[in-house]
Design a protein. Sequence first.
Length: 319
Amino acid sequence: MQDLTLEHAFQSKIDADQKIEPRDWMPDIYRKTLIRQISQHAHSEIVGMLPEGNWITRAPSLRRKVALIAKVQDEGGHGLYLYAAAETLGIDRATLIEELHSGKAKYSSVFNYQAITWADMGAIGWLVDGAAIMNQVALCRTSYGPYARAMVRICKEESFHQRQGYEIMLTLAQGSPEQKAMAQDALNRWWWPALMMFGPNDKESLHTEQSMRWRIKRFTNDELRQRFVDMTVPQAEFLGLTVPDPDLKWNEERGHYDFGPINWDEFWNVVKGNGPCNLQRIKARRKAHDDGAWVREAAMAYAEKRKQREVQMGIEHRA
């Protein structure tokens, strides 16, 4: 009876559009759902640094290098914010990272594709970060307070990333025939993975219905995907590029673009670890974690030394 009363009060608070905070009572499944979603989001930010970080030394100008460095740095910060938000739910960061390295935890499938030309930096910023913004703006109003507040700053920085990518694509599209062809090739390769970022169709999604009721999510996967297509197609037309979908057309009656079927077999194959770069990405993350062990140990030793010094100063001050 008490649990039913608590659950009713919990749902009533959500229905009133009030935030759930770490010390509030919440159902175990709500907590587990948030840990899964926030940690997956954090892992995606960290793994998402890899395809772009590989292009920093090969960027075509100092201006591009600086912008790309800033973007990669932002993504590391986003991972930090999100890991911290997950920790408020009672799970420690070491566990989250171990789950990533062991393959137990997932991250966005889009980061398991190769970035093979400079134009990919534009396509990733324009399409991948554009899809992320479409999802993340809604998360600024998610029901869990720490997650919602973290998303406010993340979205501001992601908008910079999206504009940066689109500007790269615009420069290439207005350049030589070879540069425009490079931009078109990148669009061809990243369009469908970007659409897959929103997750499976609503009828196939295991978590959407419950997450909508708890207002963890504000829109379904298919609603967000449709918004992304409607926003992005006119941008591609402005660039003078062609979206690689022969079924794409404006539906006057619906007021939206119709688009072709997504290859969900490819999506699930990548999610299961069989994408072009799955093994490479996890190997790189494990190596970075192992190579950085001395930094963590030094930071812990310094913190302990500082704590002891403060205790000693307190003893001397009282004396």
